[in-house]
Design a protein around this ligand. Sequence first.
Ligand code: BV8
Ligand code: ZN
Length: 248
Amino acid sequence: MQPSNTLLQRLANARLVLVFTGAGVSAESGIATFRSPDGLWAKFSPQELANVDAFLRNPQLVWEWYQARRQAITEAEPNAGHVAIAKLQELIPKVVVITQNIDGLHHRAGSGDVIELHGSALRNFCIRCRRRYDDPKFLTLQEVQQCQCGGFIRPDVVWFGEMLPTEAVERSWRLAAEANVLFSVGTSSQVWPAAELPFVALEHGAYVVEINTETTPLTAQAHEHLPFPSGNVLPEVVRMLRRVKGEE
Ligand code: BV8
Ligand code: ZN
């Protein structure tokens, strides 16, 4: 697979590159995506677990689902795709990762500027008084815990029907309007308002490249669709860009 000359030129002249990611970028780290046949939502729909009513109705069930996912996250390692995204920082003046993932793998791969649109599974807070509970022991306790105020402690993620963090949204939409290139990597582009981001970049003249083994609602509008695993494509993009910039 060869990145196009157009993409390489755009990257070589870019001031700001955004990398918008979803569960697919972590698939090669062994973390289940949502919509694949054996994915997280194969057994139940997101509405059943990833929402506050489900948590209030059955806090232990939702807590256990997150403990199982956190177990997978702590055992996972960043893959070649995450690492390549971090390496882009050496070749482009400003690279910002805007992720829908809650696994923290972009940070662990070395990305220095990561916006978590849907929060992080590595943090918790009390649903009633919002006190933070970031002690790592909460990542492994199997019983859902209660705060001194009596409220249940929940993962610091954005559930369906919940607002995204305002500061994260404002900064992401502002960056999308300024970006020279936006990669959309490993996302089915179906969950809003996050899915709107690549379209905002398109409207403002960014060169939009989708890296996804499938097609999505973004594919038809993207300038390029690279239908390969992100762990293969992204290292190739970095290698070719190094050569173009004479840094190899
Ligand atoms: C809100 C965190 C309202 C928690 C998540 C109708 C129209 C528009 C919107 C709505 C609507 N009905 C309801 C809504 C709103 C709803 C929504 O969008 N629903 C969808 C289902 C239609 N959105 C919300 O509720 C949002 N909040 O709208 O608030 C509001 C407004 C005002 C005031 C108050 C409230 C909140 C949404 C956030 C939900 N939280 N995650 C957790 O993780 O547990 S969503 C979760 O799924 C992810 O974060 C991500 O955002 C989303 C989609 O998952 P993906 O990351 O894309 O993963 P997926 O498995 O789907 O796809 C993986 C892709 O990778 C595939 O395409 C595959 O081909 C590809 N792939 C796989 N392997 C590889 C690969 N690609 C490359 N390489 C590989 N190796
Ligand atoms: Zn509390």
